[in-house]
Design a protein around this ligand. Structure first.
Ligand code: GLA
Length: 403
């Protein structure tokens, strides 16, 4: 157990978290990037990926830390007579190596997708029985991240761990640093074994759709709230080198994405960003950044919320209180800073009154409290504070101890 529950924050020792887990140092903080699937599905192409790379530089997404540009499913053409994978010649006429070179030339890392079964989730050719061959193909193309899905594969846990380990070993054997993203949707508790299989992140839930609330479901995407609930209580399994992954950011899809869903209000997208950062989750953008609105850009590029996600202590936030739809989450940060989130799941505005004690904070310590969305400091006069939280809003504060 990683979280040490004690009376006050003062009692929690500052630890170098999980040095034995860190492994190859590829994911010391949660990976940040962009992925093609939820925005584009089958409309992925080399032209679109190039434009995305250009825009991510021009719009400042690269500057705030988004690093990986990943093609998801539906890039595949098939296997040639020697068993080598090749891309869809119409969508990728220049080949994957040329595309990866372009992405690298813009200062990004390049991601690709395959599946541990005979076919991918969209029915393209999978990597089963071709693990070593495909891993070395990916390495020769300059791939830096592999998202590895689990459609058309047996249900059982032993076979899943075996297949993920086999690809994990194959990636390592290439000698190239390839971040390994395990995607079996949390069905077989991957937080217990994915790190050992070589994984640097592992999905804890089914696909997140462009919707606020929708229950856990294998056949259709889940809502933002459901993904948050899937992450709750898993904090002891996440840390430098390997992260719980509640799936991609639907911020900015606005009901037009391939993943489906009615779309979310701006405040709900901001809440997704807030909670993903509180949960120390990978931040993988799903929308078409070429047509980002100002509000989408504001949410995705807020450096103060991203700093919470990328904090070097690497601790996933946890829920300390929930009542009548209002939740309080806490996330210890480096240098004794603390992030606090107030999440209002309900349909009415709530006046939240929070006691230091409920947050396991010392009554004797004074803090400067910063609202990371309003970019302003708030004076706290006593070991409690109150805030109005709008329906579906998540307010996030960073507490800095006063000397
Ligand atoms: C699964 C994954 C998604 C996406 C699709 C591609 O549903 O969970 O994230 O990669 O497959 O087909």
């Amino acid at each position: 157990m990683r979280r040490i529950k004690t009376q006050t924050e003062d009692d929690i020792p500052i630890v170098e978290p999980w040095p034995e887990w860190i492994g190859d140092k590829l994911a010391l903080t949660p990976p940040m990037g962009w992925n093609s699937f939820y925005g584009f599905g089958q409309n992925v192409s080399e032209q679109m990926i190039r434009e995305t790379a250009d825009v991510m530089v021009a719009q400042g997404l690269k500057d705030v830390g988004y690093e990986y540009i990943g093609i998801d499913d539906l890039w595949q053409g098939g296997r040639d007579e020697k068993g080598f994978l090749y891309p869809d010649p119409e969508r990728f006429p220049s080949g994957i190596k040329a595309l990866s070179d372009y992405v690298h030339s813009k200062g990004f890392k390049f991601g690709i997708y395959s599946d541990a079964g005979i076919k991918t989730c969209c029915g393209k050719v999978g990597s089963y029985l071709y693990e070593e061959k495909d891993a070395s193909t990916f390495a020769s193309w300059g791939v830096d991240l592999l998202k590895y899905d689990y459609c058309f594969a047996p249900n059982d846990y032993e076979e899943a761990t075996r297949r993920y380990t086999q690809m994990g070993n194959a990636l390592k054997a290439t000698g190239r640093d390839i971040l390994y993203s395990v995607c079996e949707w949390g069905v077989r508790s991957p937080w217990l074994w994915a790190r050992k299989a070589g994984g640097h992140m592992w999905r804890v839930s089914f696909d997140v759709g462009d919707c606020w609330d929708s229950p856990r479901n294998v056949a259709s995407p889940i809502g933002i709230l459901t993904a948050i609930d899937a992450m709750a209580d898993l904090e002891q399994f996440s840390g430098p080198g390997g992260w719980n992954d509640p799936d991609m950011l639907v911020v900015g899809l606005k009901g037009t994405g391939f993943i489906g869903g009615p779309g979310c209000a701006e405040i709900e997208y901001q809440t997704q960003m807030s909670m993903w950062c509180m949960l120390h989750a990978p931040l993988i953008i799903g929308c078409d950044v070429r047509n980002m609105s100002e509000s989408t850009k504001r949410i995705l590029t807020n450096k103060e919320i991203i700093a919470i996600d990328q904090d070097v202590l690497g601790r996933q936030g946890y829920r300390v209180h929930r009542k009548n739809g209002l939740e309080t989450w806490k996330k210890p940060l480096s240098n004794n800073h603390i992030a606090i989130a107030l999440l209002n799941r309900s349909e009415v505005a709530v006046n939240a009154s929070v006691e230091w004690q409920a947050l396991e904070l010392s009554q004797h310590k004074e803090y400067v409290m910063r609202n990371v969305w309003r970019h302003e400091d708030i004076d706290i006069l006593s070991p409690r504070f109150s805030q109005t939280v709008l329906p579906h809003e998540c307010k996030v504060f960073v507490l800095t101890p006063k000397e």
